[in-house]
Design a protein around this ligand. Structure first.
Ligand SMILES: [Zn+2]
Length: 68
């Protein structure tokens, strides 16, 4: 399976380490770890009941230098 996912922390595009996948409502969720900055994020992808394609990422564990 090829993903065109972009890291929300550093902008890296390419191969990500897949931690796990699960279903959330009509989404397929994948938890990825960026191989470059090691930030962890959830990638949501699905089609809503109205037929609208939806795709987004949510940051989970920022492991970047700047602490918030
Ligand atoms: Zn990254």
């Amino acid at each position: 399976m090829k993903n065109l996912v972009k890291c929300p922390y550093c902008g890296y595009e390419g191969e990500f380490k897949l931690h796990k996948t699960w279903k959330f409502r009509f989404y397929d969720v994948s938890r990825f770890e960026c191989q470059k900055c090691h930030g962890v994020f959830n990638y949501y992808r699905g089609v809503s009941p109205t037929g609208k394609k939806s795709e987004f990422v949510i940051r989970v564990k920022p492991r970047v230098k700047s602490k918030q």
